[in-house]
Design a protein around this ligand. Sequence first.
Ligand code: UTP
Length: 472
Amino acid sequence: MPQPLDTPPGDLRTRLAAVGQDHVFHFWPSLSTGQRAELVADLQSLNLAALPDHARIAAKGSAAHVAGRIEPATVIRANEISTKAVERGRELLAKGRVAAFTVAGGQGTRLGFDGPKGAFRISPVKNKSLFQLFAESIVATDRRYGCSTRWYIMTSPANDGETQGYFREHRFFDLPSERVRFFQQGVMPAFDRDGRILLDEPHRIALSPDGHGGSLLALARTGMLADMATHGVEHISYFQVDNPLVYCLDPAFIGLHDLHQSEMSSKTLPKADDLERVGNFVMADGRLAIIEYSDLPETLARAKNPDGSRKFDAGNIAVHLLTRAFAERLTRDAAAFALPWHRAEKKVPHVDLATGKRVEPTQPNGIKLESFVFDALPLAERAILVETSRAEEFSPVKNATGVDSVDTARRDMSRRAARWMESAGITIPRTAAGEPAGVFEISPLVALDAEEFRRRATVRRAIVPGDSVYLD
Ligand code: UTP
């Protein structure tokens, strides 16, 4: 028989009191039985052993810091990619050794879309959603290599139901549903500036997803690594939900990663400017690592080589390959594994303890802690960095307008489609500024890259300025 919750469970109260967090029970006397159970469930979802550390980081500053000897990282350039690497990647795909992995648990606050970000319709002609584009890329990969790729999608407690509902509604975009596996990431409490947990409601902790770095533990905790092992998956192709240009399963990248016996590999591209807001790949004390743009000292960000080129020029686009064995090794002792916490000041709506009223802050008032998957890089025994091209593979949808927005992503999809078409000998009218005069979209089901497009494309009519062209 479950005990009626007249008082907070003793061990929970003692543990929270011992670390100065028992204010979370402030409203206990006025809560209903159901609300008490919800509060207890929230508290049980926290890592109580680590709570004092989390509170200290929230109050005093980030645990992540830049230290040691920082040097530029070695990058494998696009022209160094061998046919052997591409063939190895194709072979691994054909054997089903590679799974697609999308992290889609973020809150997407900057975009401000009411729904899971992956359901956002982004393609310039057909208005396909991000999830549809990825699904079609996976279907196309399966057709190309005769494989049955598994797709793992990390959601958060807040968007899991809606995400799964979205896939069901669209019949999984023709993928067999048993090959699409959803799992939820962990959560972290939000703190005030003194490191005290904030309450979202009198009976709820203010919780938010624990960052894409939470994906490693979540893969282990939810049995997804075991699922991969059962299905012979050896490599995990990691990408974010917000980049419609991403190559979800890139044979050249996979092949290089495997030939170098790399545990974790990343794609990189030259930065747009010294202070571009992307992470910087560096060698930190001899190990490949990423320093966030906000943490890289400006002198290093602006440093130049003797020939005038940028010294730290390897930007992060959040495309990685990890071996399953690496993820297993890191998470074998789940209690001991933690990536550094990064601290972000955010506006956190909360209940004021003194008045019991809800506060909707207009300025950042709280601290959220997140871990980042790239902090696993220095833990890899071997790690490689492979160059790619921005125009080909990177245009994230972060904001509703401006930089990295809906408009720039649509523009870049259209530009890429126009380039692929021109490479196949199709004449694309261009404006005086050199922009394609029209809107262009190529379905992933037609081609996954320019080379495949050249082999398969058939365009039956002339393209005139202002056309809207969709090729499927
Ligand atoms: P962002 O850092 O862009 O964050 O996530 P976000 O939450 O999507 O958007 P904002 O900052 O609130 O506007 C980069 C990628 O990492 C995933 C996101 O879904 C996106 O694919 N992510 C982020 C998670 O899966 N979980 C997290 O806790 C955070």
